[in-house]
Design a protein around this ligand. Structure first.
Ligand code: OSB
Ligand code: MG
Length: 373
């Protein structure tokens, strides 16, 4: 039985060690909303909202999420008892449209509370089985192909199992070709974050012979149908990210042949219950999934790592170690990667598997509010 009595919401600012450029914008510092949920039994757990400063990934931002959590999401869970965290999302979907990152932050926190309350690791609570998960790196758009080649060289030397290259029109074929020429067998893929249309898909066709693992989200952020047309033009599998906001969209993708893989980010789909539903549906239909990232702090990463321990996560996840993003993370131990590119799922630790460094968070906090019934 779960009953949330209060949620402390705060905003921290974490400077990235280097700017991260994607087709729709550049991030230099993460504004991150963190939640601490308190249960009637005295248990508490931390969670993270992945919404960023500006609406250039989805329409949500940290400020819309702050409003949504304060005004609708938190009040909806207060004063209710839930048999299981898997029941929470359906309640949040009643009457409230969208705001999936805001909903996910609360819903996932309730999975964290339940794991803590039961004294089981989060990965075990959701049915995860993989003890270690292969890690991929997502490399932002660089100034020149030569600079990108050096970034890839360093990432391969660190042990990464998959290298994702961000692309956009004008920074695509030459960049990816240069990397492929230097590393003929490296596990490469490209992510466009919606930068193309079917009409200018020539660049994608030009990269079709580069043996890429996949093209991630080439077309518009809410498109399915045009991706199906594009997939027919390409041998390289399409992987959808932004377009998959629910189980229904995953079903649409598979039915229409709009893609052959899904990048699951729990924050994008409203939390763990919907992520599990997508995972199970894809598994039953022979469609592999993998775990994406949103430049989370170590708190959000804990949830992603747990999710990626499920059986149908078949490609390396965007689960880079803490030190790739931050001078210092907000959790102990920090997330690390072995020299052969694996992250270990904390199956020996109850709850989310890391200790939250509250002093560090206090020092980084720029605003906070405590919500209760
Ligand atoms: O498209 O997967 C994406 C980061 C912010 C917004 C969108 C994306 C990304 C990444 C980063 O690719 C993955 C990571 O957390 O390392
Ligand atoms: Mg993506």
């Amino acid at each position: 039985m779960l009953e949330i009595t209060s949620i402390t919401l705060r905003e921290i600012r974490l400077p990235l060690r280097e700017p991260f450029r994607i087709s729709s914008g550049t991030m230099t510092e993460r504004r991150i909303a963190l939640l601490e949920l308190h249960d009637a039994s005295g248990v508490s757990a931390w969670s993270e909202c992945v919404a960023d400063d500006t609406p250039n990934y989805t329409s949500e931002t940290i400020d819309t999420a702050w409003l949504a959590i304060s005004n609708w999401v938190a009040p909806r869970v207060f004063g209710r008892t839930f048999d299981a965290p898997g029941d929470v999302f359906a309640v949040l979907e009643q009457d409230f449209r969208g705001h999936l990152m805001a909903k996910a932050a609360v819903e996932m926190g309730m999975w964290g509370v339940e794991a803590t309350r039961l004294g089981v690791p989060l990965a075990r609570l959701i049915g995860g089985t993989r003890q270690t998960i292969p890690v991929g790196i997502s490399l932002g758009i660089q100034a020149s192909p030569a600079q990108l080649v050096e970034k890839v060289r360093a990432a391969l030397a660190e042990g990464y199992r998959k290298i994702k290259l961000k692309i956009m029109p004008g920074k695509d074929v030459d960049f990816v070709r240069a990397v492929r020429a230097e590393f003929p067998t490296a596990p490469l893929m490209a992510d466009a974050n919606n930068a193309y249309t079917v009409d200018d898909a020539g660049a994608l066709v030009a990269m079709d012979d580069l043996n890429l693992m996949m093209f991630e989200q080439p077309l518009a952020w809410e498109d399915i149908v045009r991706h199906a047309s594009l997939q027919k033009m390409l041998r390289t599998p399409i992987c959808l990210d932004e377009s998959i906001t629910s189980l229904a969209r995953a079903q649409d993708m598979i039915t229409l042949g709009a893609g052959r893989l899904i990048n699951i980010k729990p924050g994008r789909v409203g939390g763990f219950a919907e992520s599990l539903a997508i995972h199970d549906y894809c598994e039953a239909h022979g469609v592999p999934v993998w775990c994406g990232g949103m430049l989370e702090s170590g708190i959000g990463r804990a949830y992603n790592v747990a999710l990626a321990s499920l059986s149908n996560f078949h490609k390396p996840g965007d689960l880079s170690p803490s030190a790739r993003y931050w001078a210092e993370d907000v959790v102990t131990p920090e997330w690390t990667m072995s020299t052969d590119g694996m992250v270990t799922v904390p199956f020996d630790t109850p709850g989310i598997g890391v200790t939250v460094n509250v002093d560090r968070i206090d020092a980084l906090t720029v605003r906070t509010v405590t919500l209760n019934r």
